[in-house]
Ligand binder design. Structure first.
Ligand code: SAM
Length: 234
């Protein structure tokens, strides 16, 4: 497994990882936004909360298997689990793309990537590339990703406009950006309002960034699942 950009991380108790020394370790300039297009930006979920992401009840509450089915991932594809956390979805994506495919797992917290590395090693998955992103640069290759998946992460982006531009650049021809966000319109979804989004808000933010929604999947218990392609210029 290759780790990009984690020169200073504590790696002593995880498997040996190759480091791409070419990545600059300069601190990114991130605008200190509290709001974006009228929406309050949520705090990043801290890595100490990682056990919640792999809680036993998650399948029942969020129907994660249905979410994965809806993605229709094909063997051999290159996909990105953006804001991968401790890899709940990364490991499943790695199995779906198979040995000829590749999963870029991006997070801004090296601790999350450490947890993921350990879990991937336990499952002998070698088609995962760990990437330590910055709040405004996911450090993805350009034009190569078939699906960028953001599960419960977009609302945390500190610099959504730049992240959208970078994710757009990373997509292959016909590639798609997929957002899963807790439904902001639905008071029965037991998640704090700051961590939910409405469909209208998602569309309002992604449209000006050059994305158009070309599929909606409405059968998840708590989340919207919205598929976006890159809008062809007029
Ligand atoms: C609520 S967790 C979701 C984790 C995972 N997607 C899941 O569903 O299990 C959000 C994750 O997004 C990460 N994150 C926040 N902003 C990010 C950014 N700009 N680039 C990459 N990851 C980011 C956080 O560090 C955190 O691990």
């Amino acid at each position: 497994m290759l780790l990009v950009g984690m020169a200073q991380a504590q790696q002593s108790d995880i498997e040996p990882l190759a480091i791409d020394a070419a990545i600059e370790q300069t601190a990114p300039i991130v605008p200190q936004l509290t709001h974006f297009m009228g929406r309050e930006i949520a705090q990043t979920m801290h890595f100490t909360g990682a056990p919640w992401l792999v809680r036993e009840s998650r399948q029942r509450e969020e129907d994660c298997r249905l979410l994965l089915d809806a993605l229709a991932i094909q063997p051999g594809q290159t996909v990105c689990d953006m804001g991968c956390g401790n890899g709940f979805y990364t490991l499943e994506l790695a199995k779906l793309v198979g040995p000829r495919g590749l999963v870029y797992a991006v997070d801004v917290q090296p601790q999350m990537l450490g947890f993921l590395a350990r879990r991937a090693a336990e499952e002998h998955l070698t088609n995962i590339r760990l990437v330590l992103g910055t709040p405004n640069d996911p450090r993805l290759p350009k034009g190569q990703i078939d699906v960028v998946l953001c599960v419960d992460v977009y609302h945390e982006f500190a610099d959504p406009e730049t992240m959208l531009a970078k994710m757009r650049e990373s997509l292959s021809v016909g590639g798609r950006l997929v957002l899963a966000e807790f439904r902001g319109e639905d008071p029965t979804v037991p998640i704090k309002p700051l961590h939910k989004m409405t469909k209208a808000q998602v569309r309002a933010e992604l449209g000006p960034a050059g994305f158009e929604c070309n599929q909606e999947f409405d059968r998840l218990p708590w989340q919207h699942l919205l598929f976006f392609g890159v809008r062809s210029e007029p």
